[in-house]
Write a protein that binds this ligand. Structure first.
Ligand code: SIN
Length: 338
């Protein structure tokens, strides 16, 4: 049954069911992707199928799961993008809509359909800003909606089940039956259906036939960050860039950013993805000292997929506290706004 665009509803069918509703916000991604040839898993356009249609596609299956039967489901299209193009405009709209729906007493949780490529950044932004006491579950897919065997419908179903699980709270991502916390989730594979990993922490749990098995505590809720209001207001977010230390990293990129800062948006922060335990090429380090002298805030992470920077007594810059460089970049944006 097709569900028309924004805020279309699938009303509960049974009278005795709980009143809690679930809201599914669409932002695009491969889960909403369409290929010209059925069965093409790679040559497709992300962000084409409406979230209402994605939800309609699983509504029969959802109705058969005890956890979801009779729930009121709402679909709302917030954006329709390939998540490689994600940025403040969509994030602003998403933050506003998620905060709006979470504040509705009848809403039990929010599911966000999202591309896999920057899912971890959106997840961390939502967690860092909203620290929600209700669940916000990101759902994605590695194959387009038109694939012969798409993974999106199962991932969406699993995400809906997580959103109604007893005790669920905070921002998590669901992919290939695994539930990952926003803080730890990272895309680690270009093609596999289980493309995500939670590093040393491991997944929070898994979903099996609509039932959730949990191995870790849910993220603690907190008062929303002070950054929400300035983030939602129009205007540019503080400019924070990401640089990587590598063989031959001579700092030219940092000096170019500083030079551009004189004429364009001022550079406010730099996150450097160091080698190993956050070590930096000496020439890059010199350029970062120069940036710091110009008022740029510097944070140091690691380009390693596992582990985190273990701080030492002579570190020149604070480490990212275990956040991946892309998430640390967002945290620094928030700090500079807070
Ligand atoms: C995207 O991130 O929007 C495209 C890739 C994907 O969802 O897997």
């Amino acid at each position: 049954m097709p569900i028309p665009t924004p805020s279309a509803s699938l009303e509960p069918t049974a009278r005795h069911v709980p009143a809690q509703r679930l809201v599914v916000l669409g932002t695009g991604g491969t889960i909403a992707g369409r290929a010209r040839a059925a069965g093409d898993n790679v040559g497709y356009t992300a962000g084409e199928v409406s979230v209402a249609d994605l939800l309609a596609g699983v509504s029969d299956m959802a109705g058969r799961l005890p956890a979801l039967a009779g729930r009121g489901l709402e679909a709302e299209q917030v954006a329709q993008v390939d998540s490689k193009d994600m940025g403040p405009a969509v994030w602003r709209a998403l933050l506003e809509r998620v905060a709006h729906h979470l504040a509705r007493p009848e809403v039990a949780g929010v599911v966000v359909t999202h591309g896999t490529d920057t899912l971890e950044e959106t997840a961390w932004l939502l967690q860092a800003v909203l620290s929600p006491a209700k669940p916000v579950v990101l759902a994605c897919a590695m194959r387009p909606a038109t694939a012969l065997v798409p993974d999106g419908p199962q991932n969406l179903m699993d995400a809906l089940c997580v959103a109604v699980a007893p005790g669920a709270r905070g921002v998590v991502a669901v992919c290939a039956g695994q539930v990952h916390q926003a803080r730890y989730v990272q895309k680690v594979h270009t093609y596999r259906l289980d493309a995500f990993d939670s590093g040393d922490a491991g997944p929070l749990g898994c979903v099996e036939e609509g039932r959730l098995r949990v191995w870790q505590a849910w993220p603690e809720p907190a008062a929303p960050s002070r950054a929400l209001a300035p983030l939602l207001a129009s205007g540019a977010w503080p400019r924070v860039e990401l640089v990587t230390s590598h063989a031959g990293a001579d700092g030219a990129l940092v000096r170019a950013l500083l030079a551009a800062s004189d004429t364009g948006a001022p550079l406010r922060g730099l996150v450097v993805a160091g080698t190993g335990n956050g070590t930096l090429h000496t020439d890059l380090q010199d350029a970062l000292v120069q940036a710091q002298a110009a008022g740029v805030v510097v944070r140091r992470g690691t380009r390693c997929a596992y582990g985190q920077v273990v701080p030492g007594p002579h570190d020149a810059w604070p480490d990212t506290g275990g956040l991946s460089p892309v998430k640390a970049r967002l945290s620094l944006v928030l700090d500079l706004m807070g």
